[in-house]
Design a protein around this ligand. Sequence first.
Ligand SMILES: Nc1ncnc2c1ncn2[C@@H]1O[C@H](COP(=O)(O)OP(=O)(O)O)[C@@H](O)[C@H]1O
Ligand SMILES: [Mg+2]
Length: 258
Amino acid sequence: MLELKNLVFDAPVEEGSRETKRIIDNLSLVIPDDSFTVITGPNGGGKSTLAKLIMGIEHPTSGQILFDGQEISELTIAERAKMGIGYGFQQPARFKGMKVKKLLEIAAGERLPMLACNQYLAKVGLCSADYLTREVDKNLSGGEVKRIEIATMLARDPKLAIYDEPEAGIDLWSFDRLTETFRQIHDAGNGHSIVIISHQERIIRLADTIVLLQNGRVTGQGTPDEIMPDLGLARKGVNGCALTEPTRLHLTQIPTTC
Ligand SMILES: Nc1ncnc2c1ncn2[C@@H]1O[C@H](COP(=O)(O)OP(=O)(O)O)[C@@H](O)[C@H]1O
Ligand SMILES: [Mg+2]
């Protein structure tokens, strides 16, 4: 279980400035085991920052982060990863010289048979034959790197998986596969939790709990049925979160069939 208690994160208004702005504002939140949470809200609301605080990429100004009852605020990224926290970046890094198969094996912590690699890649809509021996370098598109990163998260199967906007740069066909994959992880019932930062209505509908994050604060929390009406306001031009329809996803030119 992850518990955030009165979390505050202040960042300089601009680089080198002494003046700070509050990005995360006294935020408290519990992510139970075996749960599926979607965090949504307007751009700039602090969603990615919150994920980075949980993973240890950023450190809170004050407040507590407890994972399975242990205070982890002072732990390194590697220590948190070892405890079972995994994070899929909004914009994943590339690794020159690293082949996709090797990356999957590092994530899984063991050598993987071809079949397992094929299955992880198929779940994100990539064909093994095209990708397994490719390097995760600048020759891959943003959408391809994103999918490979999601496949490594599936291989790692962390106790708490945080995905930051997994839908970005992913075509419709693969998006369907991805939502199906999240549903399967959710239904597996192995005590593992998923947190997805998303604006996608279809992902939001999969969740047990929706957390609405605005101006660094939780301004709404409940089931999709309870929270969706609030989000819907955005469509009518009122404030809230601008949801994107699946049809408005970016289409990418990635081969998705073997
Ligand atoms: N390390 C940082 N230094 C300065 N500003 C930051 C830092 N991290 C995040 N921010 C700012 O915090 C706000 C929230 O950003 P972010 O967490 O990326 O929002 P979201 O993911 O909800 O779109 C933005 O205004 C962003 O520029
Ligand atoms: Mg973000």
